[in-house]
Design a binder for this molecule. Structure first.
Ligand code: ZN
Length: 274
């Protein structure tokens, strides 16, 4: 099976347009910053990720995964498990890895520096989903490929995971008002926009919860689930204490954000020097 980046981008593009229309029709929150500046910055980071990381390393990633599959590398191949079992375990394991990596990124300062580029968005909409610093994308890809080789995850499970992750990530960042009963039902299985809104709240007691990306049960299992955000003056504030100005949302500021020393704060908000 071909590791087809183009197909994935086309599907993601359709979902993006569909959710953008829903955001205009049924928004959950009013936007804080000017949409066009934010979108230019967020989509700029996404394009940069695709052009500088995604496309150049796609061949290498695919080559390593195919090599591992051809030579039956990895634990599940040594156990000679049936394909469907390997597929399902592989898919769930990749999601578990993402949950773990996400939690660790909130706990280790150097990783938080990269991850806060995503969190500093003062709004949350479909463009926030792919506002991920290229170095974080690189680090995540390295982790995923390593897990796939060690466990013997089928290439098809890896591709399916990435596709579901991309689509669900757009969905759970979307600024779309879901009926509360639909939200309640969906969040038993997957992460919904309301559940993920708590993770993007400005309060640390909120953003250090709801780390899951696809399956919501990781947060319930590991006791990091929080049903609702902490409102301030009756409304939920998103983003971080710092990086709240319009220029902070521009492409070059986002790219440089992990290396900035001027407004470095610890996660508690006080001045620090990592
Ligand atoms: Zn996070």
């Amino acid at each position: 099976m071909e590791f087809d980046l183009t197909t994935r981008l086309v599907i993601v593009g359709f979902v993006f347009v569909f959710l953008s229309v829903l955001e205009i029709a049924w928004p959950q929150r009013e936007l804080v910053l000017n949409r066009s500046t934010r979108w230019k910055g967020n989509l700029g980071i996404f394009l940069f990720d695709v052009l500088v990381i995604g496309i150049p390393i796609n061949g290498l990633v695919f080559g390593i995964l195919m090599w591992a599959q051809t030579y039956d590398a990895g634990l599940m191949n040594w156990l000679a498990l049936p394909f469907v079992v390997k597929f399902l375990i592989g898919f769930v394991a990749l999601d578990a890895l993402f949950y773990t990596q996400h939690r660790v990124s909130h706990a280790i300062p150097v990783l938080w520096r990269l991850h806060r580029v995503h969190h500093a968005d003062t709004d949350m909409d479909v463009t926030t989903a792919n506002r991920v610093h290229p170095l974080e994308t690189l680090w995540l890809t390295f982790l995923r490929v390593s897990l796939a080789v060690l466990m013997g995850i089928p290439v098809s499970a890896f591709i399916a995971f990435l596709l579901v992750l991309n689509v669900l990530s757009l969905f759970n960042h979307a600024n779309v008002k879901l009926p509360s009963n639909v939200d309640r039902l969906l969040r038993f299985v997957i992460v919904t926009p309301n559940m993920h809104e708590t993770h993007h709240s400005v309060h640390q007691q909120d953003y250090d919860t709801n780390f899951a990306f696809i399956f919501s049960f990781w947060d319930r299992i590991f006791n990091t689930y929080k049903a609702e955000s902490t409102p301030l003056d009756g409304r939920v504030t998103l983003g971080l204490d710092t990086f709240r100005s319009l220029p902070d949302a521009s492409f070059f500021r986002l790219l440089a954000m992990p290396f900035r020393r001027d407004s470095v704060t610890t996660k508690g908000g006080s001045q620090g020097d990592w």
